[in-house]
Design a protein. Structure first.
Length: 171
């Protein structure tokens, strides 16, 4: 039996360079994907795509909105410091109680593109902003669970510093 079952995102708030952006419809969090190298040596049954654990492929953040307050600033060129906060509902199975937890995503990124999307009668005119992510951080109930800073070479997953293993070998 599970101890906790996660239900809904109850509410969310997006800050871009310290300004609250209103009428955000969705945020697509970047994939953290390691590049791979194909290994195919004599005696192997076939090639294996082996991930390089100390490198991360390009990360893209996208934010869809209905052009609410401060959304026009989401398309400013250059660097953006974005924080996406959400309250997530969970059901504590043993206690039989509904609880909530805080999840925060922090990004340092650079604006890449704006897509104005499709115009339909009866629907708001929305846009989607896309960014190249330089730094990605995920914090759940005050604990940093993921930190990737591509410019400094930092990769920490669940408290384990992945990239430092290689750097320690060079000392």
């Amino acid at each position: 039996m599970p101890k906790k079952v996660y239900n809904n995102v109850e509410d969310h708030k997006l800050l871009d360079n310290g300004r609250v952006a209103e009428d955000i419809t969705s945020v697509t969090i970047p994939d953290i994907e390691h590049p791979t190298v194909d290994i195919d040596a004599a005696g192997m049954a076939g090639p294996v795509s082996m991930p390089n654990q100390v490198k991360i492929n390009n990360m893209e953040l996208s934010i869809a909105h209905n052009n609410g307050v401060n959304c026009a600033r989401l398309s400013d060129s250059g660097k953006h410091t974005i924080e996406f906060r959400l309250a997530r509902q969970r059901y504590n199975v043993p206690k039989g109680e509904i609880e909530h937890e805080s999840v925060k995503y922090r990004f340092t990124c650079v604006h890449r593109s704006t897509a104005d999307g499709t115009i339909e009668s009866g629907n708001p005119i929305g846009s989607t902003e896309r960014y190249t992510v330089l730094r990605f951080e995920k914090i759940v109930d005050g604990t940093t669970v993921t930190l990737v800073d591509k410019m400094t070479g930092t990769i920490k997953i669940n408290g384990k510093d992945i990239a430092s293993t290689v750097q320690n070998l060079l000392n």
